[in-house]
Design a protein around this ligand. Structure first.
Ligand SMILES: NC(=O)c1ccc[n+]([C@@H]2O[C@H](COP(=O)([O-])OP(=O)(O)OC[C@H]3O[C@@H](n4cnc5c(N)ncnc54)[C@H](OP(=O)(O)O)[C@@H]3O)[C@@H](O)[C@H]2O)c1
Length: 277
């Protein structure tokens, strides 16, 4: 029996986060599972007695503060913080606003930092596992806000890993496309943002939007099962010296490798894929 660890995970109501909470709890770990709705808290707590739902909206400091006091009342230590909550803002750059991109960074980049600043005093010698993505390679057009938010998170936390004096390890998990509700939500959101654009932009980019929607839904349908990410996270939680970064799925390894090539080469390849050469 492995040593029981106490873990806080954000965004546990669905998809990857829910499966991670379930897998960790089934393996004997104590899980504080971040949710925003009462019904999600009830459902998660029914899954396993090792799960305690905790309300966290990661974009609100007051909500993070409340979660911190709840957790401190219920445990004296935290071994692992998993920053999993995320959204995907998509669209051609010209069809977005700075506010749209800020929304993306609020959830995927600034929120993990807020969690770090709040929970660091409880994490001495522990781990932070960040749910990054193969999008952190930065090579994909039409989801550039998402790519940039994940890349920025990785850069900031890698620097923290090198700098911090509390022996906190940081691990970035970079899954390829996983079958979860995120892609349907993202397509719906992208359509709403696009429809707010002026007619000139809409005319210029309507074909791109349709292609983007088709790709998102197709890749979701052929996506990897959430259990693959959850088992990787279990492995990281239980390992004494995990690596700083793990890809999940071969496409993630390929994307990370490709991103090391010269930009001109990468762009030619992407244009070829998009039928623009
Ligand atoms: N699916 C993929 O292909 C894929 C690949 C690589 C990385 N990832 C990453 O994996 C993570 C989980 O995504 P998923 O695919 O499992 O999608 P998902 O099923 O849509 O889950 C997203 C989770 O984030 C939560 N969330 C969103 N905004 C939040 C906020 N402001 N405060 C607190 N929680 C919030 C959602 O809670 P509510 O239900 O309350 O909205 C939900 O629990 C994300 O960081 C995503 O970028 C996903």
């Amino acid at each position: 029996m492995k040593k029981q660890q106490t873990i806080l995970i954000t965004g546990a109501s669905s998809g990857i986060g829910r499966q991670i909470a379930k897998t960790l709890a089934e393996n004997g770990h104590k899980v504080f599972a971040g949710v925003r709705k009462k019904s999600d808290k009830i459902q998660l707590e029914k899954l396993n007695k090792n799960i305690t739902g905790v309300y966290i909206d990661v974009t609100k400091s007051s909500s993070i503060d409340k979660a911190f006091w709840f957790i401190i009342k219920n445990t004296d230590k935290l071994d692992v913080l998993i920053n999993n909550a995320g959204i995907a803002v998509a669209g051609p750059v010209e069809g977005l606003t700075a506010e749209n991109i800020k929304e993306q960074f609020e959830v995927n980049t600034f929120a993990p930092l807020r969690m770090l600043y709040k929970f660091l005093p409880m994490l001495h010698g522990g781990k932070i596992i960040n749910m990054s993505s193969m999008a952190s390679s930065g090579i994909f057009p039409y989801i550039s806000p998402y790519c940039a938010s994940k890349r920025s998170m990785d850069i900031l936390f890698n620097a923290f890993a090198l700098e911090n004096k509390d022996r906190v390890k940081v691990i970035s998990v970079k899954p390829a496309v996983i079958k979860t509700p995120i892609w349907n939500k993202s397509v719906k959101h992208a359509r709403e943002l696009f429809e707010k654009q002026n007619e000139t932009v809409r005319e210029k980019y309507i074909k791109d939007l349709l292609l983007m929607e088709k790709n998102a839904l197709e890749s979701n349908n052929s996506g990897i099962d959430v259990s693959k990410v959850a088992l990787k996270v279990l492995h990281i939680v239980e390992k004494n010296n995990p690596k700083p970064s793990y890809c999940v799925g071969i496409k993630s390894n390929l994307a990370m490798m490709l991103s090391a090539f010269p930009q001109g080469f990468i762009n030619k390849l992407i244009k070829f894929k998009l039928g623009r050469l």
